[in-house]
Design a protein around this ligand. Structure first.
Ligand SMILES: Nc1ncnc2c1ncn2[C@@H]1O[C@H](COP(=O)(O)OP(=O)(O)OP(=O)(O)O)[C@@H](O)[C@H]1O
Length: 329
């Protein structure tokens, strides 16, 4: 049974276990959740980049709330400001307009309560072993002492299946293994919000699918709050329980979709495809379904790739065409 002071649990994923085996929400998070407020509020946020020549508006008056335990996805075409928004939530960039609040407090700088997992494989210091990589931020941020840092590093490395590799260096790992270390390192911090910026985009299709599955398994166990950036419609539907759809540059919030019912089990199903088509229409306003093949071969997993798969239509009994979204992982 959940302890009395726990926040209301986020709903389980379809097909996932009924409740988390562990929860690591802080007392402050629990209190805030009990009071019914969103964990994170992005409120009318515009972000500008200023260069010598001009000002580039990356996002325009974007607002959304993220609740404890959400798997909140920012979805949009390349250049719509997804990474910029994530960096602002992390506290690396200040909004030019609007405000970001975590548990009611304005975000003004980075902090150990928000940890980012990036796409790049070189985010792990190469001179540290895997174990040291996971423990280092805990020690550097004085989140805990050496004994607890070692304990947490061992626990989360076990959770991502890398206990056997704890004493090797990052260059000895595959891309997928490096991303698992980055995830273990982030979860070990037990942040209020885990921020992921296209964490699987540089992986091959099979590894990417496996990583999505593992991430969802970790969420089933720990029920962390996730903000996940992707430009793949399919990945958004698989990973997220809520999806914020951003318009092309500058990014404005076009719609929010509840995707709680979808997961890896629904890939290729008719409801999944219908929702994917709806999302496509929202991404490219005015178009209900993609009508033209893109000129260039799109990057697998991108909005353009998903659009191409949609345009080809579903696989027939005779084997013509391709199942939309099954191929573009
Ligand atoms: N440091 C910067 N200086 C100037 N403009 C920038 C800078 N970083 C990003 N931009 C611009 O801000 C806009 C949003 O960029 P951002 O990287 O946030 O988009 P994105 O949706 O994450 O794209 P992608 O999916 O390709 O990573 C783009 O027009 C980009 O060119």
């Amino acid at each position: 049974m959940a302890p009395l002071d726990s926040p209301p649990l986020p709903p389980a994923r379809p097909g996932g276990p009924a409740g988390p085996t562990r929860a690591y929400a802080s007392t402050r998070t629990r209190r805030h959740a009990r009071a019914g407020g969103p964990l994170l509020q992005v409120d009318g946020v515009s972000i500008d980049y200023r260069t010598h020549e001009r000002v580039v508006r990356a996002t325009h008056r974007v607002s959304f709330d993220v609740h404890a335990g959400d798997r909140f996805v920012l979805l949009g075409a390349s250049g719509c400001g997804k990474s910029t928004l994530l960096k602002a939530v992390a506290g690396f960039i200040a909004p030019s307009e609007g405000e970001i609040r975590l548990q009611g407090r304005t975000v003004t700088q980075p902090g150990p309560d928000r940890v980012v997992v990036f796409q790049e494989f070189d985010q792990l210091p190469p001179w540290k072993t895997v174990r040291e990589n996971v423990a280092f931020p805990l020690l550097a941020s004085r989140t805990c002492g050496r004994a607890e840092a070692a304990e947490r590093a061992a626990l989360y490395l076990e959770k991502v299946g890398l206990s056997r590799f704890a004493d090797v260096h990052p260059h000895q790992l595959s891309g997928g293994m490096k991303q698992r270390v980055a995830i273990a390192r982030a979860l070990a911090m037990q942040p209020q919000v885990l921020l992921m910026d296209e964490p699987f985009a540089a992986l091959d299709a099979l590894t990417r699918r496996r990583m999505q599955e593992e991430l969802l398994g970790l969420w089933d166990e720990f029920r962390f709050t996730l903000i996940f950036v992707t430009h793949s419609i399919e990945e958004a539907l698989v990973v997220g329980n809520r999806i914020a759809i951003l318009s092309p540059h500058p990014g404005r919030l076009r719609a929010e979709i509840n995707s709680h019912a979808f997961g890896l089990h629904s890939l290729g199903g008719s409801a999944f495809q219908a929702t994917a088509r709806r999302i496509y229409g929202l991404l490219f306003e005015g178009q209900d379904t993609p009508s033209t093949e893109p000129a260039a071969t799109p990057v697998p997993g991108s909005v353009e790739a998903d659009a191409a798969a949609l345009a080809r239509g579903p696989r027939t009994a005779a084997g013509h065409g391709a199942l939309p979204f099954r191929i573009s992982v």
